[in-house]
Design a protein around this ligand. Structure first.
Ligand code: CUA
Length: 296
């Protein structure tokens, strides 16, 4: 959060540094006064001087300083929700323990993805936040935030990324045993790159080799657009292999990680709702992993 890459995070970083600097200056003054009181030469003072000293040093100075810092801090408060129409909206749903992200596609359709956020640089983005189970909190420290996702309530958060790059997003509210494994990369693209990402994301999946995936019942929970669209409990896997991480930022997206995950999700993420598929034979598991790796 002290290396801001977004407008809201810049305000927070400025506030932190100004508060820290003011705190250091005041601490030095108070320590100087304390040292003087203990070690300084004692001269008799008039009662009038003592009263004035206490009034200015103990009442006027703290009141003026704290009021000035308060006004400065309030002026930096970002406008989380209001203002003009945003450039785009992303619908974020917190799930135990992953992130459902939904975008508006090139022809206005809803495109669902999971655990990897893509944004265009310079855009004023409105996040529409809710949860299906418990309270989570959406936080990308480099961009700003954070904001809770609360079941039965919709919150909004505005963020404006100012620098392209890859930043870490996390869940910032304890939500169960795998709260610490509920992260996601937030990728801020130049505008043209974001458009091509969105267009590719809107395409249906490559169906090659989907038989094993269907036969094992994976489609009961997961949607792969163009292959199996009934499942909505787990993350949408349509372009899974394009993502950098698996299991919400827990592991890099590799063949080995996919094999380990399918065999025993609960060993990797305690409390994950996906059941273990340890009973699959090698051939079935390899076929599923091959299909998933083809979901570019
Ligand atoms: Cu979700 Cu912590």
């Amino acid at each position: 959060m002290l290396h801001p890459a977004g407008e809201q995070a810049e305000g927070l970083a400025t506030l932190f540094w100004v508060m820290a600097a003011a705190g250091v200056v005041i601490w030095c003054v108070v320590m100087g006064a304390a040292i003087y009181a203990v070690l300084g030469k004692k001269r008799p003072r008039s009662e009038r001087f003592a009263d004035r000293f206490i009034f200015f040093g103990g009442v006027a100075f703290p009141t003026v300083t704290l009021a000035a810092l308060l006004v400065f801090g309030l002026a930096l408060l970002p406008n989380w929700a209001g203002g003009d129409e945003p450039d785009m909206r992303v619908h974020v749903t917190g799930e135990q323990f992953w992130w459902r992200f939904a975008y508006k596609g090139p022809s206005g359709e809803r495109i669902e993805t999971a655990n990897e956020l893509h944004l265009p640089v310079g855009a004023n983005v409105e996040f529409v936040l809710d949860s299906t189970d418990v309270i989570h909190s959406f936080w990308i420290p480099a961009l700003g935030g954070k904001m809770d996702l609360i079941p039965g309530r919709t919150n909004v958060l505005r963020l404006k990324p100012t620098k392209a790059g890859v930043y870490r997003g996390v869940c910032a509210e304890f939500c169960g045993p795998s709260h610490a494994f509920m992260a996601f990369p937030a990728i801020v693209h130049p505008v043209a790159d974001f458009q091509s990402w969105l267009e590719a994301e809107a395409l249906p999946a490559n169906p090659a080799g989907s038989e094993a995936f269907i036969a094992a019942g994976c489609g009961g929970c997961h949607t792969v657009r163009g292959v199996s669209e009934a499942g909505s409990v787990g993350p949408d896997l349509t372009h899974l292999a394009r993502r950098r991480t698996l299991a919400a930022g827990t592991m890099p997206m590799t063949r080995q990680a996919l094999e380990d995950w399918i065999a025993a999700p609960s060993h990797i993420k305690p409390g994950a709702r996906m059941p273990d598929f340890a009973a699959l034979d090698d051939e079935q598991r390899d076929a599923i992993v091959q299909f998933l790796l083809g979901l570019q």
